[in-house]
Design a protein around this ligand. Sequence first.
Ligand code: AHR
Length: 501
Amino acid sequence: MPLISLAQNKIVLNTDLGETIINKHIYGHFSEHLGRCIYGGLYAGEENKLVPHINGMRTDVVEALKNLNIPNLRWPGGCFADTYHWKDGIGPKEQRPTIVNTWWGNVTEDNSFGSHEFMELCRQLSTEPYFSANVGSGTVQEMSEWVQYMNFSGKSPMSDLRAENGHEEPFKVKYWGIGNETWGCGGNMTAEYYADLYKRYATYVNTSWDSKEKLFRIASGASDDDYHWTEVMMRDIPHKMLEGIGVHHYSVIDWADKGSATDFDENMYFTTMSRAWDMERLVQGHSTIMDKYDPEKKVAMMVDEWGGWYNVEPGTNGGFLYQQNTMRDAMIAGMTLNIFNNHADRVRMANIAQVVNVLQAVILTDEERIILTPTYHVMEMYKIHQDAVQIPIYLKTEDYIFGDKKLPAISASASKDDDGKVHVSVVNIDMNKSHKINLDLRGENFKNVSGRILSAPSIQDHNTFDNPNKITPQKFSGAKLINNKIDVVVPPFSVLVLELN
Ligand code: AHR
């Protein structure tokens, strides 16, 4: 039996004071031409006889992702994006050139999955595409033509080419990233140089399908706490040219040796949790700079890459970034999404890296089999927050203590949906102790409470192809509502979502 902390953690919700919408795009995903994310993960290929598919897209993966209501999908990278020349991926497949994926394992890329295939995937998923365009090795003209190809509704060389390739109507792609990690794999630029270059791109990337629709242009953002980067973007790029700015942060123990995804001790676990908690500090730090230049919060913060990053699974290609996913990852997901929910006034999109078979994936595949990871289940439990009204939260938490170090044990966020139901998501990252929490509900009277919990006997537990349902959310009946107050005991390393009405 785990220890139960005697001191009380406290959550106060003023359920009538919500003003900000938790943008559903915070629950976005990322798909790169990397390892088995696209090929073998999302895309089986039109000729595949082993894996059921519709127009080449894996039916099992599409169905599972639909259940998450994924709001957007970023593509084609990542680092790959700045090597990608979009015209290689259109037209008859047998005429598409083969290239080498130099960032990820030097494998052959036959371009059989290109813009039309990606749009077909988004159609099946009912999700919004987020294109990440090539700035590092591309040109302004190349990107501007891509935007025209995808979006222009009138007659032009690019819209004619699109029609020749079977799609007369514009695809209406709203979200466009102008480069990726331009401080690193996207060109090793300084912030000042990139800000100037961004303006050239943003000037010519202007083809909307409708005069009333504005494109959403996203500047390649800072890594971690590179606040200078955000400062320069916000200072030097006129805000009429900038709808969003990225931030990337991975929870990595040590870039030189990231440790195993499944075989880790408490020291490694604590370090991962500490890196995950850094997101709170980073969001606050970048927000402070953005507030200075944009107090009305018109420019969105887009955390368009986040998640846990470990060493690849033994025996797999080092360039494929394939890793297992344990309850530790469920902790990263739960607390990170709580952070984004609580900062929804500025954070308006985020993309977990990556959707299938790469880094902190929600789905892993092995030929015709798939498993849903603990991270998947957190995303599924939290989908109720999408586009709901954020409820401001007061949280008093005890510490999770490891040796002479400590972290906040509890994280939480809350929202109210269109039907007036209130949802509270709570994460206890403490590896050793259950935490008792007193929830004080103010602003209206509640009659019912129900809940679901994701927990496991061991922090290293994970789903496998032989035991795919070892970890799934369970009904939680440990919450009793008395006079608008609830006392719950949240087990070690677990995620709890309560529903109140
Ligand atoms: O997600 C894997 C890689 O991490 C991406 O390609 C890159 O943008 C980041 O460094």
